[in-house]
Ligand binder design. Structure first.
Ligand code: SF4
Length: 223
């Protein structure tokens, strides 16, 4: 194919493709292939994947799809960085669904999720104040969240917890999806404190640990 014929959806810049277990969502613990794209337009204070901000390898969408399928897991997750910054991710997810995979996308909550194939499970962050990016939440995205999607809060403090509690109530998040995930910033807020607050308020959220942080040292990638 000549360069002139290559459209903006035909190639992607990829940080890594690898298989491991899914670490945080209702799919946690299951074997999964991860397609990690390069680039993010946010800078969360506690980001644990800054290595994915820059660099990467440009690949054709077909190449990415075939490499992801070759790992042979029934679950495939698009993650980053922010995968939705690259237009080719939308058709890639549809192709992976067509190939019979269960497809997840982890997104920051800033990028528009309205064009995502309805078969894809969206795992969408709502950024709490401690992230430094609370002003970037695109609230209209909630209109596109359904019962198979998941809303995730990563909390660094009691202030973040109270913010989450207010958001769930004000935006009626539970009426959109039963899957509301709450996890702590590793080393900043103890999971034990979060559990105590959740139980005290009888808040219907699923407390999660970032499983991979307990299994592998922080400097390891591709796990
Ligand atoms: S949105 Fe995700 S990848 Fe981007 S800075 Fe925040 S935590 Fe890091």
């Amino acid at each position: 194919m000549g360069l002139a014929a290559v459209g903006k959806e035909d190639t992607l810049v990829i940080h890594e493709i690898y298989a491991s277990i899914q670490g945080e969502s209702t799919f946690a613990g299951l074997p999964c292939t991860f397609v990690r794209t390069t680039g993010c337009n946010l800078r969360c204070t506690w980001c644990d994947t800054p290595q994915a901000f820059y660099g990467g390898t440009r690949m054709t969408r077909a190449e990415v799809r075939e490499r992801a399928l070759a790992f042979g897991t029934s679950l495939v997750e698009l993650t980053g960085g922010e995968p939705l910054l690259q237009p080719g991710v939308i058709p890639l997810m549809t192709e992976l669904c067509d190939a019979g995979r269960t497809v997840l996308v982890e997104t920051s909550g800033e990028a528009d999720v309205s064009r995502i194939d309805p078969r894809v499970h969206k795992i969408m962050d709502l950024k709490a104040p401690g992230s430094g990016e609370v002003h970037r939440n695109r609230w209209s995205n909630l209109e596109h969240i359904g019962p198979c999607d998941e809303i995730k809060f990563v909390l660094a403090s009691r202030e973040d917890y109270e913010w989450m509690r207010d958001v769930i109530c004000e935006h009626q998040v539970s009426s959109r999806t039963p899957h509301i995930l709450a996890s702590t910033v590793f080393g900043a807020l103890s999971p034990r404190a979060l559990v105590a607050w959740v139980m005290s308020d009888r808040l219907r959220v699923r407390v999660q640990l970032q499983m991979h942080k307990y299994i592998w040292p922080s400097e390891m990638t591709g796990v």
